[in-house]
Write a protein that binds this ligand. Structure first.
Ligand code: COA
Length: 183
């Protein structure tokens, strides 16, 4: 599949239903709330995320981020909604035929440990592999982020033992991979 047909597939906003009460859909600027911004600034949520030098999130930079993602042809910023409430995001980015990258954060920490991470990672990587037909989905995970490693492993990812990635903030991460028919 050519990259232009990947773009075409992206042209229709995908809605991924992951439970009766929960879905993922592209995030829009209308979804931005003070709760979303405050959550992005919560130390426990951002502990393992690349946070651009530790800068704080505010209405201006979050709006810019959501707009950039909404208009870009090579990424999708999914909002995770439970009973209509915005509880997290999952970003598929650098979408290419060869590979695409996935990152997520569940802002509502009361939802952690209930299987939502696994469901989100599985649904979005399924979408990338089956609908966008990217050949592999990759994730950069801080080796200290045990919860994330468990959630990705449960979603069919495995660590690439000889590969590391140095993030813009200097953290050396491991690279996890899922290919079609590998879990
Ligand atoms: C990482 C994150 C997405 C995990 O989501 P989650 O909904 O808590 O994960 P799940 O409930 O699907 O967990 C999947 C498995 O990992 C296990 N797990 C989750 N957190 C764990 C932890 N801190 N320690 C050990 N195991 C953990 C769960 O028990 C589950 O295993 P089980 O199915 O055998 O019970 C969530 O904690 C989060 O958003 N953290 C902040 C942002 C972040 O770190 N993002 C990842 C960047 S790569």
């Amino acid at each position: 599949m050519s990259f232009s047909s990947l773009n075409l597939a992206h042209a229709i906003d995908p809605i991924l239903q992951i439970a009766d009460s929960a879905l993922l859909r592209p995030l829009k600027t209308e979804d931005i709330s003070s709760n979303y911004i405050d959550s992005l600034n919560t130390p426990i949520v951002r502990k393992y995320l690349s946070t651009q030098g530790g800068s704080q999130y505010n209405n201006t930079n979050v709006t810019q981020f959501v707009l950039q993602n909404d208009t870009a042809s090579d990424c999708i910023l999914f909002g995770f909604f439970v009973k209509g409430i915005h509880c997290g995001t999952c970003r598929l980015h650098d979408i290419r035929q060869q590979n695409s990258w996935l990152g997520l954060a569940i802002f509502d920490t009361t939802l952690w440990g209930q299987g939502w991470g696994r469901k989100i990672i599985t649904a979005v990587s399924n979408y990338a592999l089956n609908q966008l037909q990217t050949e592999e989905v990759l994730a950069a995970i801080d080796p200290q982020n045990v919860g994330s490693q468990h959630a990705f492993a449960k979603s069919g990812f495995h660590v690439l033992v000889d590969e590391k990635l140095t993030r813009a903030d200097g953290v050396i991460t491991e690279i996890w991979q899922r290919k079609l028919n590998q879990g």
